[in-house]
Design a protein around this ligand. Structure first.
Ligand code: FAD
Length: 318
């Protein structure tokens, strides 16, 4: 079922959902199940499965030289979605990226999703590759998430890439896109970034999931501004509990977000990461309770492959 239908059916009750990261290739899917199992009692209507960009690896050629190859460390997003859908009877949402895929590859991936009965896709640009300073489009691929939304919307109308006319073979994907309460790192301003978000919605996006934030006021202000410029689709807050002390440096650096002073003070008091995890859980519980009280449609958690802290939060909130 579509995310938007889940939200409609919930009639104002806030839903619980989360995102998982595929295991490194060669690992068993059981570990993933072991992390998902404890969260299923909170009845997530959907689970997101991320997609990782390709990476360069260097292989010794045996003559003292190295050969550059491209590999994906965590493939299998669509396969995992299919396994989750049929194992747990839950809607599993593959993240579809511009970066690393030609438009043709994207079309084939979407056709697979359609055959597998996946009703939702999350359309994202992806980040620059590790060796790049800025994102550059893959040759023959989409440049911005809005272009990808156009491609998916085209397919929803039966318009395939190299068909001259619209066919009767339409997909019916519900399309999610990313939003940034503290603006995307590359954007010159929050207002500009919001205009870009509006372009994604105008191109056919049905709902927005936000980047993590630690100060709810930033989210409330973001939603207000989004509504003011005519973005009417559901906006789902994304929450990540802080888990290690290093997050104090890493999260602002990677995601360009501010951490509230009170959270920093509490984390700095901790003498080990077990204590940091407890602080992270308490903070996320307080954030989630306020979001629920304000009537957000869903609270979406970034689990990063570990469920114990998400379970501790969900137990208090849902
Ligand atoms: P876009 O919407 O394309 O925006 C990227 C930047 O370009 C923004 O600064 C925007 O303002 C600007 N922009 C947009 N359109 C234009 C235009 N026409 N002209 C000029 N500038 C423009 N990454 C992964 O690799 N895998 C994942 O699974 C994944 N999942 C995510 C899930 C969520 C909920 C979120 C919030 C992020 C996720 N990301 C993931 C990270 C995401 O790929 C990065 O944040 C990426 O840098 C931007 O993606 P986007 O879809 O927001 O891009």
């Amino acid at each position: 079922m579509k995310v938007t239908e889940h939200i409609k059916q919930a009639k104002g009750k806030t839903l619980f959902s989360f995102e998982i990261v595929p295991p490194q290739k060669g690992q068993n899917i059981q570990e993933l199940y072991d992390n998902i199992n404890p969260l299923m009692e909170f009845k997530p209507p959907f689970i997101d499965v991320t997609t990782s960009r390709e990476e360069h690896v260097y292989l010794a050629k045996g003559n003292g030289l190295l050969e550059q190859k491209i590999t994906r460390m965590r493939p299998g997003t669509v396969g995992i979605c299919a396994s989750l859908k049929y194992k747990y009877n839950v809607d599993a949402i593959p993240h579809v990226l511009c970066g690393g895929f030609t438009k043709e590859e994207t079309e084939y991936l979407l056709v697979d999703c359609h055959y597998l009965g996946l009703d939702n896709v999350m359309a994202l640009r992806g980040d620059a590759m590790k060796h790049e300073k800025y994102f550059s489009a893959t040759e023959g691929g989409n440049m911005y998430a809005s272009d990808l939304v156009v491609q998916i919307s085209d397919l929803n109308r039966g318009k395939y890439l190299h068909e001259l006319i619209e066919t009767p073979y339409k997909t019916d994907f519900c399309i999610g896109v990313a939003g940034y309460p503290e603006k995307h790192i590359e954007s010159p301003s929050l207002d500009t970034d919001l205009r870009r978000l509006k372009e994604k919605v105008d191109a056919g996006a049905d709902y927005v999931v936000t980047q993590m934030f630690f100060d709810n006021q930033k989210f409330f202000d973001f939603v207000k501004k989004a509504r003011a410029i005519g973005i009417t689709v559901p906006i789902i807050p994304g929450i990540k509990p802080i888990a290690i002390k290093r997050h104090l440096q890493v999260l602002p650096q990677v995601f360009k977000l501010d951490l509230p002073e009170a959270l920093i003070t509490e984390v700095e008091k901790c003498s080990n990461n077990e204590q940091v995890r407890e602080v992270g859980v308490e903070w996320a519980i307080a954030q989630s309770k306020e979001l629920v009280a304000k009537g957000v449609p869903v609270v979406h958690f970034y689990s990063m492959g570990k469920s114990d802290n998400i379970k501790a939060i969900a137990k208090e909130v849902f």
